[in-house]
Design a protein around this ligand. Structure first.
Ligand code: HEC
Length: 209
């Protein structure tokens, strides 16, 4: 290494080391241009002597409902009918866009456990965790409201996804789970109805149990 390179390295190290003295400053930092850093306002959780309870954060007036959150439609928001039973059909209009949205949301929120095809073969199954398949006879019998309920309330060891998935997406996912079920359980008549020639379909070997 040439001498001047050594000196340059030495100087660089000196500057770098002198920058960290390990002592926190006692004085507040100086702002050359304070912009709007300091404002006359109360921040959340701060004390405010103006109010009797001294709280700067005010509670909403009793009975306040955030816009768009008046959830009076029990079937739609809870997935339950007037008797508290699971609703049997999806209380929303189902079209292609709705199903596509459901697939997108399902792929994001459910595949890791239930698998892309809904067969319970999600990535977690490689780590010894089990999520149920949607293609059992029992699962095909579930009311739509029961699938909704799993998303909304959670089910046993599955946690609720209500805070991550808004209500219309929950129903879109339910619709997509139904579509998955139909896709894996199509009988010959149904396949013919769709104009598919049976002998042109390659049938995969059933996986070993
Ligand atoms: C982290 C893994 C995980 C994710 C993600 C997950 N689930 Fe589950 N799910 C489970 C497990 C585990 C069970 C079985 C719980 C038990 O029986 O203890 C279950 C059960 C269910 C059931 C059966 C409920 C019943 O009434 O029998 C449904 C329906 C369901 N999940 C739907 C979904 C949907 C829809 C999504 C996506 C929004 C989803 N799950 C996301 C793990 C998951």
């Amino acid at each position: 290494m040439k001498a001047f390179q050594k000196i340059a390295l030495f100087l660089a190290l000196l500057i770098a080391l002198s920058a960290c003295r390990g002592q926190p400053f006692e004085d507040p930092p100086r702002f050359v241009q304070p912009n709007m850093h300091y404002q006359e306002k109360f921040r959340y959780q701060q004390e405010n002597p103006f109010f009797a309870d001294q709280r700067a954060s005010r509670l909403p007036v009793e009975g306040t409902v955030a816009r768009g959150n008046l959830q009076t439609d029990h079937e739609y928001y809870e997935g339950l009918d007037a008797d508290g039973e699971y609703v049997t059909s999806i209380p929303a209009d189902i079209d292609r866009a709705f199903l596509v949205r459901g697939k997108e949301r399902y792929d994001i929120f459910c595949t890791a456990c239930h698998g892309a095809a809904g067969d319970g073969e999600g990535i977690i199954s490689e780590y010894g965790l089990i999520a149920p398949t949607f293609h059992s006879d029992e699962a095909r019998e579930w009311e739509d409201g029961r699938i909704y309920s799993a998303i909304y309330r959670g089910y046993e060891t599955m946690k609720s996804y209500r805070h991550k998935i808004p209500v219309e997406d929950r129903w879109a996912i339910v619709a997509y789970v139904r579509a998955l079920q139909i896709s894996q359980d199509a009988d010959e008549d149904r396949i013919r109805q769709l104009g598919v020639e049976l002998n042109e379909i390659e049938v995969a070997e059933a996986p070993e149990e």
